[in-house]
Design a protein around this ligand. Structure first.
Ligand code: PA5
Length: 462
């Protein structure tokens, strides 16, 4: 089970920038109201994601079996998607597959090479085509709306190339679509072309979709234990159903972060001390950034909320960011992610005749990493900077499922505490519409006119 240590969020440890214990009692009603709001809406509206871990083992096995043809035939497996349609698979692959998966010889990999293509940089597209053989490459095109320009663009390019390489009938077998059934451009194409298609529930938003087929299909294609992943999500769901904040880690950390935000801590740094969890900071960053930054609250009143997520990696960023975190403005709250037992252990030699490094000799890299994390926590504590630590016993499908579910519940509780709509993203939608307008898409003429009316002056250019 994931552990949460929030000692260093409290004033007893970090002084005036910490939380006073009496705040819990003062905010009891607020905490209960937020908990009840999330709990009451389980499975309803945009909270369909809370029910995803209820998927049965036979359904999970069904998805796993459906992806057998990919595991058996693919040399490469490519996810085409962006935002919530990419960060789940990316963070899980990075956590659970061999760290140098694609570089391993085929025999040792036991799964295809993987690529998560979440950008449309033309050089990146060309580079992908330089390293994959289309005859043995399978593409999972993921888009909840079925309308996202980036994903549709990637699909168009690659499907054409597949058809040229394999012929129309064989090309179809290399495309797997994950989208909302009955809606959107990609769904229409999938129907017409006869692609294997997996659904995303109507009320499952992109950044909350990792336990739907958005995450499960790619995981199954890569041979990841989806049953254990969901078991982990279920375990965190059970803890998130606890009304008592002292037994509900997601509710506790949501409250602590919201209180820190209200005390001027506008930045939330996510700092895993494990390379395998590096992309968890991206997953968290999207959830936290897109869900909580809103200009109106649920009562229609103007507000300005949102904590800027920042990514850091221990120990690497100790040598670039910790000076800022310890001596910069008091505007941050730092979350460490610690792993107790790494899947490997590496010892520093003690008999190589190099005497000057005696303090390192005979210790493991595991110990060094752990000491460095403790040391950084201490430095922040000493500087009076609020921080807390999430500890995973080890990184496996179960703990990754728990961690992802924890991030989602933490975000949902934080949104409820802030009394905002956690599930919309008008700022993102505005950009999507403006892109359609530039591309000349039908129905976006007014948007184009609005954009063309924007005046700029040469006076402010150089
Ligand atoms: O969380 C969200 O809703 C967004 O970040 C989406 O995931 C992202 O914009 C991609 O959208 P879609 O899945 O519709 O292509």
């Amino acid at each position: 089970m994931i552990k949460l240590d929030y000692n260093f969020m409290m004033d007893t440890a970090v002084g005036k920038h910490g939380l006073k214990a009496k705040e819990f009692a003062k905010d009891e009603k607020r905490i209960t109201t937020a908990f009840e709001m999330v709990n009451r809406n389980r499975g309803k509206g945009w909270q369909e994601w809370t029910e995803l871990p209820l998927v049965s083992v036979s359904e999970l096995n069904g998805i796993y079996n459906e992806m057998q043809f990919v595991r058996e035939n693919a040399e490469s497996f490519v996810v085409l998607g962006i935002g919530g349609s990419a960060l789940g698979p990316l963070s899980i692959f990075n956590a659970l597959l061999h760290f140098r998966h694609n570089d391993l010889p085929k025999k040792k990999r036991n799964a295809p090479k993987y690529f998560v293509e979440d950008n449309i940089d033309p050089e990146r597209m060309k580079a992908l085509l330089d390293v994959v053989d289309l005859r043995t490459t399978y593409f999972n095109v993921i888009t909840k709306s079925g309308e996202t320009s980036e994903t549709l663009a990637q699909f168009l390019i690659l499907y054409k190339l597949l058809k040229q390489e394999l012929g129309p009938n064989e090309a179809k077998k290399h495309i797997i679509v994950t989208t909302t059934i009955g809606k959107g451009t990609l769904y229409k194409i999938a129907q017409k072309e006869g692609f294997l298609t997996f659904p995303i529930g109507e009320g499952v938003g992109g950044r909350f979709s990792v336990f739907s087929s958005v995450g499960l299909v790619p995981c199954a294609a890569m041979g990841i234990d989806v049953v254990e992943l969901i078991n982990g999500a279920k375990a965190m769901t059970d803890r998130s159903l606890q009304p008592n904040i002292n037994t509900n880690p997601a509710l506790m950390s949501a409250y602590l972060q919201v209180k820190a935000f209200e005390d001027g801590k506008n930045i939330s740094v996510m700092m895993p001390y494990a390379d395998s969890l590096k992309f968890m900071a991206d997953f968290y960053g999207q959830l936290w950034g897109e869900s909580l930054a809103k200009l109106v609250d649920l009562d229609g009143k103007a507000t300005v909320v949102g904590q800027t997520p920042a990514k850091a990696l221990g120990v690497t960023d100790q040598h670039s960011q910790i000076q800022l975190y310890t001596e910069g403005p008091f505007d941050k709250v730092i979350t460490f992610i610690e792993v107790e037992k790494f899947r490997d252990s590496v010892i520093m030699p003690h008999d190589d005749g190099v005497d000057a490094c005696c303090f390192l000799k005979g210790k493991t890299l595991n110990q060094l990493l752990s000491y460095e994390m403790q040391a950084t926590r201490f430095a922040l504590y000493k500087a009076g900077r609020p921080n807390f630590t999430i500890t995973l016993d080890k990184v496996n499908a179960f703990s990754v499922g728990e961690l992802l579910a924890y991030f989602m519940y933490q975000t949902a509780f934080a949104g409820a505490l802030l009394n905002i709509d956690t599930y919309n993203q008008p700022g993102v939608e505005e950009g999507k519409k403006a892109t359609f307008a530039y591309l000349g898409r039908k129905g976006y003429e007014d948007k184009l006119a609005e954009m063309q009316a924007v005046k700029t002056s040469k006076e402010f250019m150089m």
